[in-house]
Every structure is written in C-alpha cells, then in structure tokens.
Design a protein around this ligand. Structure first.
Ligand code: NAD
Ligand code: MG
Length: 406
C-alpha cells in the first residue's frame, strides 16, 4: 500500500514533556501523513503539556491530579480543542490500551512508567520502549506478556535499538538470537569517566546532569554519571534479547558514535553507528521495518577521525558492579536495585547525599533484599514499595545536608 492510501497511525506518547517525549513529537511532526498524536501525558509542567496539545490536537491528555486536569481541560476548551483530559494511573493505562491506538511510546521515567507500559503490552499494541526501568523491574512478566498478547516490542534505548538493528532480520521478540556469541554494550563513561574517587565525592547535581554527548532528563543523566544507567541497560538487554548477564559486555566508548555491537560465533561483529541523537532510534522503531527521515545530521566519519574503547572501572563506578551482581542474582534483586537507585538519585539531586553515597545506599538496601518470588505485577510493586521504605530509612539515618557537612 502506498503512503498516500495509508491511514495515519495513532500514537500515544506517555511522558510527552520529557526529553524522549519531545524527540518523539519532533519525529511525528516530520511525517504528518504517517502519524497522528492520539494522546499525550505529563506529570508536572502542565503549561508545556498545554502548548503540546495546542500544537498536536490529541484526542486525550493525561495529567497527575484533578486540579491540573480541570485547569487544563478548561484552557483547552477555551482554545476550541475537543481534547479530553484524564487523570492519574488509570488515565495513563486507558490511553495506552485504547482500541484506536496503534503504537505507544513508553517514555515516563522510572517505576512510574511500569503500569502503563504493561497496559500497552496486554492490549497487544506496538510498544516503543524507552522506560528501561519497566523491564528491569518486571522483565520475566513483561516479556511473557509481550508473547501472550502478541504485542510488538521495539527498543528505543539507543544501545538496544542498535543491537536490534544488528540482529538477523527474522529475529523475534525475546528469543535468543541464533549464532550470537556476545552483545557489546557501549557506554560513553559519562561526565566523570576520568575523575578520581576524591573528585567524585565533590560532584554537584549540576555537574552530574551535564552529559558530554547526550541531552537527557535529570534522572537518566545522573544514572549515566554513576554508570547505573549502563547497569540497568545490561539487565534490559538480558530480557530483550534472552541473554545471560555474562554474554553482555560493557565497553567504554567516549565518542558515543557506535551505539552497540553484536558479536557472532563466526567472528563477525556488527555495529550500528550514528550521531548521538535519540531521534534516530525513535524514527527507526516508529517506522520499522521501513525507514523514515529523523532530522538527524549524517555522520561525518572524517570529522570524527577516531574512536576509543576501554574497559569500565567497576571500583570507581560501583553502581555498575551492583547492577551486574543484581542481574546475576535475579529474583527481586533488580527491583530492589532500581527502587533504591531512584530514591538515591532523588536524594542526591536534593543535595541530601553525596554522589559517592548513591552506591552505598543501594548496596545497603540490597543487603536486606527479601528475595521473595515475583510472579505478578502486584508482587513487583510490593517489592518496589518495600525497597523504597528501606532506602528512606537509610536516608533518615545517614543523610546530611551536603552543603553543611564538615
Ligand atoms: P524526562 O525526565 O525528560 O521526562 C520524563 C517524563 O515522564 C516527563 O514527561 C514527566 O512528566 C513524566 N513523568 C515523570 N514522573 C512521572 C510520574 N510519576 N507519573 C507519570 N509521568 C511521569 O526523562 P527522559 O530523559 O525523557 O527519559 C524517559 C525514559 O526514557 C527513562 O526511562 C529513561 O531511562 C529512558 N531513556 C531516555 C533517554 C534520553 O536520551 N533521554 C535515552 C534512553 C532511554
Ligand atoms: Mg541508553
């Protein structure tokens, strides 16, 4: 069927005001004949959401509370828009699973994105997964639901999207790809790649959020600085590509041009390259198996001139070590790791703890992990809640106003 005959696909963008949300809307705007915005969601920054609604005219918008919903609803009505404003987790799940939706961009940050991502999966949607925390927390359940409900899962995380692009073209979601020896997960090393431990102790939130190559939300920026992001991505890769943790090797590549590689048993190593801009994996996943323009500039290899590779330092970047251990332990460990990390990152951003205390908090909370089996989404949420409580207790004992510390 030609592009002209095709009906535009209806896209729900969860986390529309975020970094991934805005890159997604940029790609959508380049292809109005192909894509239409069905729903947009935001947690805060309601004025930004209003601007996005005025630009994209979605059927639904979702906000966190009734007061925001009423205000947005009356503003949109006054502007002549028929957009219906929904509220909270139920609203998110409704626009993720709505029968008229073709694809869902899951770009809410953290555990808050799990339920709506799962709603898209159980409704059998095409799901564009940026929210890596959902897979880290509930990988087995998530991948089983993808298979059972015939959902189509496409990775947005640049590394996983790169790996997906390097796998055989008949590769099926969640099955171990044939002939693959290793997955090589590249990492920029973040802003403190060459910093000493003493320097890491003094890191401020502003420094941690200033990533050298990527412009991202605050939480993932801090995760990149601690290298927890790479740890979460290792777990994500294990679930997406049915790999054992030992089959995923992290390689520091400061230029962020090779987005990851697949090493085959015949000695072939396939890589995906491109400028570091999330619109490439977003456009790839949205149009897959076709290709569409993303607005990303072509890669200039001569200007790049060189690419470097080193092994990660698991002592200075203890978060990566903790995540590898959690991947190997399985069970509840990844849920606890993720929850403790979310609490620790928020505390660091509020200057309640030092940068180097982030892995300390996580390690202490992991040591009280109850290891109970997780066979339902409710059980996952319960472990997450318990781990957050432990992390909060840790904070009330250990945290000090960083500025006032002697
Ligand atoms: P961001 O902080 O820029 O945006 C987060 C979005 O989630 C916002 O729209 C916010 O309103 C919404 N949100 C926050 N808390 C919420 C809650 N409790 N309930 C509902 N909505 C909530 O984050 P981001 O950088 O766009 O990252 C989003 C996700 O994509 C993360 O899981 C991140 O790990 C992943 N990711 C991001 C990048 C990137 O380049 N930014 C790359 C790969 C993966
Ligand atoms: Mg990534």
């Amino acid at each position: 069927m030609s592009d002209i005959q095709r009906q535009p696909q209806q896209i729900t963008v969860l986390g529309a005001t975020g970094s991934i949300g805005s890159s997604t809307l940029d790609v959508i705007s380049r292809h109005p004949e192909r894509y239409q915005v069905f729903a947009l969601s935001a947690h805060a920054r309601i004025n930004e959401l209003k601007t996005l609604c005025l630009r994209h005219c979605p059927r639904f918008a979702v906000v966190a509370n009734n007061a925001d919903a009423q205000r947005l609803q009356s503003d949109l009505r006054a502007a002549g828009l028929a957009t219906v404003v929904l509220v909270g987790a139920q609203g998110l799940c409704e626009v993720a699973a709505h029968p008229d939706v073709d694809a869902v961009m899951a770009a809410i940050v953290g555990a808050a994105g799990l339920e709506s991502a799962m709603a898209a999966v159980t409704a059998g949607k095409k799901i564009l997964l940026a929210n890596k925390e959902a897979l880290v927390m509930s990988g087995a359940l998530f991948m089983r639901a993808v298979r059972e409900h015939g959902a189509q899962l496409l990775p947005i995380d640049s590394e996983h999207n790169a790996i997906f692009q390097c796998l055989p073209c008949n590769y099926a979601n969640g099955l171990a790809p044939v002939g693959v020896r290793r997955i090589l997960l590249t990492a920029s090393g973040g802003p403190f790649r060459n910093s000493s431990y003493a320097e890491l102790e003094q890191v401020t939130p502003a420094q941690a959020c200033a990533h050298p190559n990527w412009s991202m939300g605050q939480k993932i920026s801090v995760d990149s600085a601690t290298m927890m992001n790479k740890g979460l991505e290792l777990i994500e890769a294990c679930w997406l590509f049915a790999a054992r943790p030992e089959q995923v090797e992290v390689v520091i590549h400061p230029q962020s041009v090779i987005h990851s590689l697949v090493d085959y048993i015949d000695g072939s190593v396939l890589a995906q390259l491109g400028n570091p801009d999330m619109r490439t994996p977003i456009a790839h996943a949205m149009a897959w198996p076709e290709r569409i323009a993303s607005g990303v500039a072509p890669l200039d290899l001569c200007a790049l001139a060189r690419m470097d590779f080193t092994a990660p330092d698991l002592e200075r970047f203890a978060c990566l070590r903790l995540a590898i251990d959690a991947a190997q332990a399985g069970g509840t460990a990844p849920i606890v790791l993720n929850a403790a990390n979310e609490v620790a990152v928020a505390a660091f951003l509020q200057e309640r703890i030092r940068f180097t205390q982030i892995p300390q908090l996580i390690e202490d909370v992991l040591s009280v992990d109850r290891g109970a089996p997780v066979d339902s989404l409710e059980a996952v949420v319960e472990v997450d809640r318990y781990a957050r409580q432990c992390a909060q207790r840790w904070l009330s004992k250990e945290s000090i106003q960083v500025g006032r510390r002697v």
